[in-house]
Design a binder for this molecule. Sequence first.
Ligand SMILES: [Fe+2]
Length: 595
Amino acid sequence: MVVLGINGGHNVSAALIKDGAVVACASEERFTRKKNDEGYPRESIEFVLNKAAVSPEQCDVVVYGGLWQDPIQTKIKRVARFTIKDYIREMHEYWKPVLLENKSSLFWENLQNEPRFSDPSGMHYNFDFLKDTPKEKWNEAFQKEQRSVLFRHIGVPSDKVFFVDHHKAHAYYAYFASPIDRSKKTAVVTADSWGDDCNATISVAQGNIIREVHRTTMCHIARIYKWMTLILAFKPHEHEYKVMGLAPYAKEYIKKPAYQIFKETLVVDGLDFKWKNKPPDMYFYFKEKFEKEAIRFDGIAGGLQQWAEELTAEWITNILKELGVDRLVFSGGLSMNVKINKVLADLPGVKDFFVPPSGGDESVCMGAAFIVAQKKDNIRPLIYAYLGSSPGNDEVEEALKEYDAFKKFTVVRNPSPDAIAELLVNGSVIARCAGDMEFGARALGNRSILCDPSKWENVRKINEKIKFRDFWMPFTPTILSERAKEYLVNPKNLKAPFMTVAFDTTELARRHLAAAVHPYDFTIRPQVLEEEINPEYYSIIKAFERKTGIGGMLNTSLNLHGMPIVRTASDALYTFVNSGLDGLLLPGVLILKKL
Ligand SMILES: [Fe+2]
């Protein structure tokens, strides 16, 4: 069976499932170069069909991972286009009147007329229906348009297009993408900020059956985290990881007052949550409290993270007890918090735990497709995330010409892993853009910046000269699978191929991987790499290990600050030219800056 899955929300994406295997998956932002892009994922759809060598007529079903979508927010591309200032304006012009003053607001509707939000390029939907459709019929009309655009674009008839529940898609992704033992009962938990009138579900799965046992609108952990991100003047939907990275720096006495404020709000209630005191809104309420208590930025981050970890742990403990299971898979936006995942992995009631890659909404294209495909096929777990496009030889040669590389740089053909490792040992920072691009937020070696993880000076070099990154954010390593035991504290022997779970580290890791360990709590969210998953990337780290004894590599995504991760050879060369990278590896070519 061939199923095309689509995430039409934010960070729109497409996936192609053929005979139970994910053949291709990519997010539109990589093609349009607009972070978290929205609208119809036209280029991703063309790409996944091409990669799978499937014609649109061969698709049995096309499925969207959501039953409800606000056409106005899609039309203005709210998440992709909003700046931090826009979100603050939204608080004052939408949420404040609606939640605190009992008034209505046409804030989003009015934004359609502002030039920054009215550019229709890259949208592909026709929103004319908004003119004569009453608001209560918008979703129905938008679904009709979503069917129409598929017909206009690839000729798929409307009766092949379906919409499935957002959290059901998260749950199917959590379970079927995970390599968890399906012969045993597993708890499947989803949690996010909001999707299809719900923010968390609990299911129990065994074999090919997932049975939902509870869903709620009260799991506000991700939602509160999102608005605290804004209070700290970071971008909601995107910079939550910066708050998480900042949290370990907060001293106990600095974070305690913020923690106490969170503790007075949402609490666990069995399999659900309830308000101890219900805040009238989730921005002004907390902001005023923090100001009154003069709570510092790091205290907010630290108190929030501690509260979110404790609350999630208590909830999951109750779930495992109630379901009588010791295996857990987790997805949805909250599963992007690798430190929460660490706490869940450490729970005494958890025997096996897995978080598949990038559990935010970009993954619901796969989850939605799994819902349909599992009725006919046995879904194979994701053993790697290399589901995107690959730079071919012609593309590489054209990019070299485009950037005049033969004149401006040293171009080495077919460099050996040994030669690359030698440069890394000597302190070079080298990017790698080769092989199939990773799906999701993490670069796993094919669109990565690499350097010696034992050298602290590399942190400053990458932050200041290459990625223009925030100083407090930790880096993380790829670790050779045979060395993982020496570096990770992992008594349950959990699998960690996707950088989705943080671990404590050993003394040796803190020496060998010093620049890739969080400097304050000494945790890492590693990619543990097995040779057969990515032999070329593995061979570089192995060569580095032969020279240094270090069985890992600092690995951070290949992009400039605020830009999507690179996709093509040309994107990679652009980044190379516009940053302090010393070298760039493309398929069969190493480009080095001349001294
Ligand atoms: Fe979601």
